[in-house]
Design a protein around this ligand. Structure first.
Ligand SMILES: *Cc1c(COP(=O)(O)O)cnc(C)c1O
Length: 454
């Protein structure tokens, strides 16, 4: 990759962004300060961009600029995230960008599955086709880049840390290793897939497997990162949201800047749907789009606090003990980004729906039969899609995008157990186990004839 940066027009200097409290409380903090929540209310922060400065460029000029960068070879603009650099962290210096060409993931035309489900204009955004196999790369490139700049400018930060259900730690460990920054990972012992556990180990992170669940790990990492030398990389850190918001923008770009009707996304800690909304809101503010897609948040029935809040019109935040689910990355009972996500659903005229273990596993397997290879979280989203179509919420003509959040290859045991019929609470409707035969031509021909009758 070419390392020369484009010397584009009177550069970014005019564009600027800072942290401010999400709930409207006054306050303004540098993106390079070690701060995660409002010091007065304890509420979440958000990255606020100077929209007037961004509006000095026309919608068409922005579209042309981003189209000219994304997926191309001029570093770092080829990255799907850094192609939108002015919208993400405008004043990050080139030498501090830690990018592994994230984004630019396939928007898969799910033609056959869409026909089967009665929504032919169905697309699956394959965010798992990424460096560490999940959409978490989109947020980590931003967070680790900012940390690199902080450290270069003399900040006391010495390491980055996160609690994780598996994918956050894989992404953090990889980006930190690429940048040469130590990473400390807090995982719930025995509750992440082998592939997810081994990723941070391979990348040299300090992996602490704790005898608790994700919510327990989250409490401990928040204590540990009170020490300003250890920087918190969970999505309560709103730098992550800035990177993740590019996924919605990228979808719009992939449709030649047209907006889909629906986006279905599996949610746990609720950073991802908050980010999705924030990306679309930016496009609205800049006049690049004029309608908001409707957002459907998909939860696993066994870890469904957001669904329960939704049933009660978001009158209050619900937390539950997260039950064990195959969708382990969303096995979260006390979601951090609740306020942001509730607003995202409300302001997008959205919906929250849930899926059982049986439903999610079979929805994933059904999609696999049309050429996909779905992880259980994508299964949750697909099961919810089926319900919303059946209820008539999603109409046959609606252009619908399902966000596939991770790569199926991270969840081999889920696939093996499904096709062995060995998953608890799941009846494998599409099990396709191998046929064991002697090495005998006659037996083989008979087996084929049984499978492919005339
Ligand atoms: C992190 C993750 C999610 C949920 O994202 P949140 O921001 O926690 O809501 C969904 N699927 C996968 C595979 C993930 O890794």
């Amino acid at each position: 990759m070419q390392r020369e940066a484009i010397q584009s027009a009177p550069q970014a200097a005019a564009y600027n962004a800072h942290f401010r409290p999400f709930n409207g409380h006054p306050g303004r903090y540098s993106l390079y300060d070690v701060i995660y929540t409002c010091p007065e209310t304890g509420g979440l922060l958000e990255v606020h961009h100077d929209i007037d400065a961004l509006r000095t460029k026309s919608p068409d000029a922005w579209k042309a600029l981003i189209d000219s960068r994304a997926g191309r070879t001029v570093w770092p603009y080829g990255s799907g995230v850094w192609a939108m650099r002015e919208w993400v962290v405008p004043d990050l210096r080139d030498e501090n960008v830690v990018s592994m060409f994230e984004g630019n993931s396939n928007l898969f035309w799910a033609d056959r599955l869409g026909q089967q489900l009665g929504v032919p204009d169905l697309w699956i955004k394959l965010c798992g086709n990424s460096h560490t196999g999940s959409f978490k790369d989109l947020g980590m490139t931003v967070l680790v880049s900012v940390v690199k700049q902080m450290m270069a400018d003399g900040s006391p930060v010495r390491a980055v840390a996160c609690a994780s259900t598996g994918d956050t730690s894989a992404a953090l460990a990889a980006y930190a290793a690429y940048a040469g920054i130590p990473a400390i990972i807090f995982l719930p012992a025995g509750k992440v897939s082998t592939a997810q556990l081994v990723q941070p180990i391979a990348n040299g992170a300090h992996v602490l497997a704790l005898d608790t669940d994700f919510d327990g790990c989250m409490r401990i990492v928040q204590e540990v990162t009170q020490d300003k030398q250890i920087y918190l990389a969970n999505s309560m850190n709103s730098l992550r949201i800035e990177g993740q918001k590019t996924v919605g923008i990228e979808i719009v770009r992939q449709f030649d800047w047209q907006v889909p009707d629906w986006i279905v996304i599996p949610v746990g800690n609720l950073g991802n749907i908050s980010a999705l909304y924030k990306g679309f809101k930016l496009l609205m503010d800049l006049g690049i789009i004029t309608k908001m897609p409707r957002l459907a948040a998909a939860q696993a029935e066994r870890a469904n606090p957001f669904y329960l809040s939704y049933l009660d019109d978001f009158s209050e935040k619900v937390h539950v003990p997260a039950g064990q689910t195959l969708a382990s990355a969303i096995q979260i009972g006390d979601p951090v980004s609740y306020e942001k996500a509730a607003k995202a659903v409300q302001l997008s005229n959205g919906i929250v729906e849930q899926a059982s273990e049986h439903e999610l596993a079979n929805a994933a397997a059904k999609a696999d039969l049309t050429g996909m290879y779905c992880d259980p979280h994508t299964g949750v989203a697909l099961a919810v899609l089926e319900k919303l179509v059946a209820r008539g919420e999603i109409k046959p003509d609606d252009r619908t995008v399902v966000i596939s959040t991770a790569h199926g290859l991270k969840f081999t045991q889920f696939k093996v157990d499904y096709h062995d019929g060995a998953l608890n609470s799941v009846e494998s409707q599409y099990a396709n186990p191998p046929i064991y035969l002697p090495a005998d031509v006659k037996a083989v021909k008979e087996a084929i004839a049984r499978r492919l009758p005339d």
